[in-house]
Design a protein around this ligand. Structure first.
Ligand code: PMP
Length: 410
C-alpha cells in the first residue's frame, strides 16, 4: 500500500484552497469518502433501490439483500457472534441513547451507579445524566491525571463498587487520543456485576476490533468516521441483553403482530429498527469496511503512528505549542489536541484554514474534560491513512508561523 495510490480514491483531497492543496486533518470529526464507497451507493441506487423487507418484487428483494448483506459485513468486521446482535442506527450518539432508553431506564434504580470517565464525548455522558434523572441512579467519573492524561489509579477502584451497574467508556478519547488496553477494565467491571459499554467512535475506524475478545456488552460506532456516508451508525449488543430490552422506537417493520390494542415485536435485530431503514447508508458502510480491509488495518495503524510521531516531534520543537495529554506517539491514536500561547484556538484554525489546513477547534463535545483540565478550548489535528508526511511538515511550518501572523515578534 502507498498513500499516493490511495489518495487517488479521494477526489476531495485534490482540491486547493487559496492556491494551497487542501490538508484535511479533521478526521476525528468525520472522514472523507473514497470513490469505491460512492460508486457502491450509486450502483445500488441505479440498479437495486427498493424498500428492504417490504414486498416480494425484484427491487424489494435486491434492497433486502443489500441491507442484510451489509449487516453480515459489519458482523464480521467487529467479530460479533451473529447478525442479530447488529442494530443499525443513525450514529454512535443514537446507539448510546438507545442503550440509555431501552436498557438503563428499565434496569437501574435509586442507589445504583453509572460510571464513565471524565474524557467522554457528550454522547457518552449526557444520556447517562438522563438515566440518572429518570431512575435516581448516580453518575460518577473516573478522572485522568492532568499531566499524563491516563486514568488515575485511585479512581479505577470505583469499578469495584458493586453499586456500579453500567460502566461506559470511549475506546479512544477524541481529545486525549490515548490508546489503552480496555480488557482489564472490562474484566474488572464484570467481576463486580456491571455491564460494559464501549464507545468505539474513535476506535473502530482505526484498529481491528473484536467484540467477543473484548467481551464488552455493547459497542457503538459511526460510519461517517470510517469512510462511509453520514447517517449510518451501529449498535452491537450481546443477544441475551438485547432480547430482554424494550424497543426504542415503535412502528413499521419492528413488529410481529399488531392488534387494535396490543403488539408483539419482531425478533432481533428488526425489533430495534423501526421504519424504513437507510439502505444507502448500510451499503456505504459495507463498502467502507471492504475498502478499509483492503487497505489493511496494519497499514492504517502504521501510517497513523508515523504521522502522529512526526507531528508530535515537530510540535514539541515549537515552544509556544502545548500538547494536551501524552506527547509520546506510542500512546497516541492518531489525534493531537493542543493549545498555542496567546492565540485563541479559533484564530489558529482560521489562520491555518487560509493555507488550506483543516483542523478542529472548541471543546470537541467534551466540555467536562476541558473544564476539569482548566482549558476553555483546544485545537485538534487528527489523521487518517490517506494523510501524508508532507502534509504534516506543511502543517508544522504553518503552525510555527501562527503567532507571527497574529502580530507577535517571536
Ligand atoms: N464518541 C466519540 C469519542 C466521538 O469522537 C464522537 C464524534 N465526535 C461521538 C462519540 C459521536 O459520534 P456521532 O456524532 O457520529 O454520533
Amino acid at each position: 500500500m502507498n498513500t499516493e495510490i490511495i489518495r487517488k480514491d479521494f477526489p476531495i483531497l485534490k482540491q486547493e484552497v487559496n492556491g494551497h492543496p487542501i490538508v484535511y486533518f479533521d478526521n476525528a470529526a468525520t472522514t472523507q469518502r473514497p470513490e469505491p464507497v460512492l460508486r457502491a451507493v450509486y450502483n445500488y441506487d441505479i440498479t437495486g433501490n427498493g424498500n428492504p423487507h417490504r414486498g416480494a418484487h425484484v427491487l424489494a428483494i435486491s434492497a433486502s439483500q443489500a441491507y442484510d448483506g451489509s449487516k453480515e459485513t459489519v458482523r464480521d468486521f467487529i467479530h460479533a457472534a451473529s447478525v442479530e446482535e447488529i442494530i443499525y442506527t443513525r450514529n454512535a450518539t443514537e446507539s448510546l441513547n438507545l442503550i440509555e432508553r431501552s436498557y438503563a431506564e428499565t434496569h437501574l434504580k435509586k442507589g445504583d451507579r453509572i460510571l464513565i470517565t471524565i474524557a467522554e464525548h457528550h454522547s457518552n455522558l449526557v444520556p447517562w445524566q438522563r438515566a440518572c434523572e429518570k431512575t435516581g441512579a448516580e453518575l460518577d467519573y473516573i478522572y485522568v491525571d492532568k499531566e499524563t492524561g491516563h486514568f488515575r489509579e485511585e479512581d479505577l477502584a470505583k469499578i469495584d463498587d458493586p453499586r456500579v451497574k453500567i460502566f461506559s467508556f470511549a475506546q479512544v478519547s477524541n481529545v486525549l487520543g490515548i490508546d489503552f488496553d480496555p480488557v482489564p477494565l472490562i474484566e474488572r467491571a464484570h467481576r463486580h456485576g456491571a455491564i460494559v459499554i464501549m464507545d468505539g467512535a474513535q476506535g473502530a475506524p482505526h484498529k481491528h476490533t473484536d467484540v467477543q475478545a473484548l467481551d464488552c456488552d455493547f459497542y457503538t460506532f459511526s460510519g461517517h468516521k470510517m469512510c462511509a456516508l453520514t447517517g449510518i451508525g451501529v449498535l452491537y449488543g450481546k443477544k441475551a441483553l438485547l432480547e430482554e430490552m424494550e424497543p426504542f422506537l415503535r412502528g413499521g417493520d419492528m413488529i410481529e403482530q399488531v392488534k387494535e390494542q396490543e403488539t408483539t415485536f419482531a425478533p432481533l435485530p428488526a425489533r430495534f429498527e423501526a421504519g424504513t431503514q437507510y439502505t444507502e447508508g448500510a451499503v456505504s458502510l459495507a463498502a467502507a469496511i471492504n475498502y478499509l480491509q483492503h487497505i489493511g488495518f496494519d497499514f492504517i495503524r502504521e501510517q497513523e503512528r508515523k504521522l502522529t510521531a512526526r507531528a508530535l516531534e515537530g510540535m514539541k520543537q515549537i515552544s509556544f505549542v502545548h500538547i494536551v495529554g501524552p506527547d509520546n506517539p506510542e500512546e497516541k491514536e492518531g489525534l493531537i489536541a493542543f493549545t498555542v500561547d496567546g492565540v485563541h484556538p479559533e484564530d489558529v484554525a482560521q489562520i491555518l484554514s487560509a493555507d488550506g489546513i483543516c483542523i478542529r477547534t472548541g471543546h470537541h463535545c467534551a466540555e467536562p474534560l476541558h473544564t476539569y483540565l482548566g482549558i476553555n478550548s483546544t485545537c485538534r489535528a487528527s489523521f487518517y491513512f490517506y494523510n501524508t508526511e508532507d502534509e504534516v511538515d506543511y502543517f508544522l511550518d504553518k503552525l510555527a508561523q501562527v503567532r507571527k501572523v497574529m502580530g507577535y515578534r517571536d
